[in-house]
Write a protein that binds this ligand. Sequence first.
Ligand SMILES: N[C@@H](CCC(=O)N[C@@H](CS)C(=O)NCC(=O)O)C(=O)O
Length: 223
Amino acid sequence: MWRLYQHPLCPFSRKVRLVLAEKGIEHELVRENPWDQRDEFLDMNPAGQTPVMENEASGLVLVDSVAICEYFEETVETAPLLGWSSAVRAEIRRLVAWFDLKFYAEVGVLLLQEKMIKRVVERGPPDGQAIRRCTRAMEQHMDYLEWLLDTRRWLSGQSLGLADLAAAAHLSVADYLDGIDWHGHDAVRQWYSAVKSRPSFRPLLADRMEKLPPASHYDKLDF
Ligand SMILES: N[C@@H](CCC(=O)N[C@@H](CS)C(=O)NCC(=O)O)C(=O)O
């Protein structure tokens, strides 16, 4: 049995949860607050970041969401998520990196810092300037997604792939924290609603962070 050390509002953990669910890999969730820096957790991942996966039987430990997703893509044939050609795989990897690096740095980490860490851990007020910066960046990312989805059914082409799961995982955290203005982004809304309707997404919509309820539309399929 696999164990996934994860945080409910960690987009990288959410991406891995979606991959595991799409591929039907049995696992147990273990709640980890990265800011606690537990010794046992640092022993598995000295970087102190979620997600981490551990196989109880073999003792194998996998660290980093990209490494974890690619491990399961290589070892489990069900529901291939990386595409059928080198060109498609390159495009999927580009988009996964876009969300994991660019979106997270410009939007995700700021929202988490201002709306989760400050409220739940540090008990301080959010910084208005940081929120405004993040709102502007979010608008640009939504425009870019809208442009991509103008010509594509899914982000990397005609079928759902890892790019969709990565993007939806990151957006779902921003949406939980009420960081997305959906007005004027109908193509993105339609695409997100399609990902949101998948059985793999349901556990994420049911997940709650204590002392931090989600935006009221967060778990609605029609939002
Ligand atoms: N490249 C890593 C990034 C993971 C990451 O940044 N996780 C965040 C939580 S969403 C974390 O643990 N932050 C705590 C820290 O960086 O100290 C991955 O893809 O897994």
